[in-house]
Design a protein around this ligand. Structure first.
Ligand code: DGY
Length: 322
């Protein structure tokens, strides 16, 4: 019997490619840039499975143009780049890579919170530019982290991992808002208080966004929400860029209506709105939440496990739409 045909649409670790190639007829896109939509459609012809990352969009139109496709395995926990209902309607299985990146992404979230509160990027830029003249009492004085209120919008796995860092590492008061409330024992373990979104915005000293992106969360933090925040507060986004109205954020940062922001994700990434680059009170990182080698290897391995299991009669470990 001929081997099943799959497309590996982004660069992947050698071990993963070897595992997939041992079982499938693999078409491998090893370029640095993602395939364009047209290239993706062309290379998916006759393929039953595809390994993607967050940079490939799987739309209803693409699915209709690629009727052989049965499994979409994304090497990401987020799947807002995939039209999941369209996949389900066509009997296409979608899988993602949850859990293996939770702690690493929470680490980055906390690092960004610290860097933002303590003005680390601003300090480094100043030092490199020769602007460090002497020590003075209010030089680069930032915001306190320990003992303050950590607000978490979206209390899934990564939100809870952030709460543990805040509570047990920094003695912070944990407040959160989520579509559904956590069980009482989990709230107790995390010392987490459930608040309405409005109260969370008002009370947080540091607000971290960890909710999934969807039409419902598009610009969930914009002008009206920023207006509720404390002028001393920081906003951290490690979820998806589209959750924040970046123009409203830039205006709030410029007018000092909030103190600072740390962004790892952007609405038009990898393009970043020029206004964000001009503001001193913002720390910017290029979507590196899960970017450690062990975690990326684990994500790639899990994406391969999903593809292998789903196409060879097994049970995919982390399906999205079953
Ligand atoms: C994820 O896993 O969703 C990360 O944001 C990388 O895309």
């Amino acid at each position: 019997m001929d081997a099943l045909k799959v497309l590996v649409a982004r660069r992947a670790p050698t071990a993963v490619l070897e595992r997939l190639s041992a079982r499938f007829d693999v078409d491998y896109h090893d370029g640095e840039a993602p395939l364009t939509a047209d290239e993706l459609r062309a290379r998916l012809q006759g393929r039953v499975g595809v390994y993607i990352t967050g940079t490939e969009r799987i739309t209803a139109e693409l699915l209709d143009a690629c009727p052989d496709l049965r499994v979409v395995s994304t090497m990401s926990v987020g799947y807002n780049h995939i039209d999941v209902p369209a996949c389900t309607a066509r009997g296409v299985l979608v899988t993602n890579t949850p859990d293996v990146l939770t702690e690493t992404t929470a680490d980055l979230g906390f690092a960004l919170l610290m860097a933002t509160a303590r003005r680390m990027s601003e300090g480094e830029r100043l030092l490199r530019d020769g602007g460090w003249k002497s020590w003075s009492w209010d030089f680069l004085a930032g915001s306190e982290v320990h003992g303050t209120t950590l607000g978490i919008l979206g209390m899934g796995r990564i939100g809870q991992a952030l709460a543990r860092r805040g509570r047990f590492g920094f003695n912070m008061n944990i407040a959160y808002h989520n579509r559904s409330r956590l069980p009482a024992d989990v709230e107790a373990e995390l010392g987490a208080r459930y608040l309405s979104k409005e109260d969370l915005l008002k009370q947080a000293d540091h607000l971290v966004l960890v909710l999934p992106y969807s039409a419902a969360s598009h610009h969930a933090v914009g002008g009206p929400e920023l207006a509720l925040m404390k002028p001393t507060a920081t906003l951290i986004n490690i979820a998806r860029g589209g959750i924040v109205d970046e123009d409203a954020l830039a205006a709030a940062l410029r007018d000092k209506r909030i103190a600072a922001a740390g962004l790892d994700v952007f609405e038009g990434e990898p393009k970043v709105k020029p206004v964000l680059l001009t503001l001193p009170n913002i720390v910017l990182t290029p979507h590196i939440g899960s970017a450690t080698m062990p975690t990326r290897l684990a994500m790639a391995g899990l994406a391969a496990d999903n593809l292998l299991a789903a196409l060879t009669g097994g049970v995919a470990p982390t399906p999205v739409n079953v």
